[in-house]
Ligand binder design. Sequence first.
Ligand SMILES: Nc1nc2c(ncn2[C@@H]2O[C@H](COP(=O)(O)OP(=O)(O)OP(=O)(O)O)[C@@H](O)[C@H]2O)c(=O)[nH]1
Length: 250
Amino acid sequence: MPETATTSPAEAAPAAKDRALRLGIAGPVGTGKSSLIASVCRALSEELRLGVITNDIYTDEDARFLRSAGVLDPERIRPIETGACPHTAIRDDVTANLMAAEDIERDFAPLDVVLIESGGDNLTATFSPALVDAQIFVLDVAGGGDVARKGGPGIGRADLLVVNKTDLAPHVGVDVEQMVADATEAREGRAVLALSRTDEGSVSALRQWVLTVLAAHRAGEHIPQDPGPMAPHFHADEDHPDGGYVHSHA
Ligand SMILES: Nc1nc2c(ncn2[C@@H]2O[C@H](COP(=O)(O)OP(=O)(O)OP(=O)(O)O)[C@@H](O)[C@H]2O)c(=O)[nH]1
């Protein structure tokens, strides 16, 4: 009998470790996702080959901001208009983002990291592991010191939680150390980084985190995590002796 060559789609596609690390950046509106991407590009564009994909509902505003910031060749920054809640593009139907990631990786091959920014959404919009290898969830101090302990899948299970704009903390009456401690507890010890674009040490810690995840990705040691369904989260309740209670869905 003649031998037939059979190549499954899994065999045909490059192993994840042989393509760029796809890093998702999610978080509520205005917490500083685009600015964080700009900081990563400034810190790493000389040593790594980077690409960026932005998701906005009806505009290409985030891509225009990053292009005008001059942090990367404008061609390496590609916008997607999701036309619906960003949740659809980053979690429920990743087709547009996957195609954009494959396109940019092919056009600028080889790339080291593709940063994918979600449109700002509430606490539930977290990336699917079908799209990204790792994800950062961004909160900011101006959203209130108690947001971190409210939980949700991004806060609970993203690879890194960033508490951003710490330079504003004194002006909005937030205790950064307490917010980081609450976040660390909500995340059962997973990584939390207090960040401000004005604090070089914190940007350098972010840079180091990206390099560490990239090294693990290349070594085939990084396993994408699914933030999955709702993590245990806090409900405020005035009648409760603790002011509320932690709740999880089966
Ligand atoms: N003080 C301070 N402001 C910051 C910092 N990072 C970002 N901002 C400001 O916060 C605002 C929102 O930042 P963006 O980076 O546009 O936030 P975003 O999360 O991408 O916003 P959306 O895409 O609209 O959800 C802008 O006015 C930024 O200049 C920071 O570290 N400190």
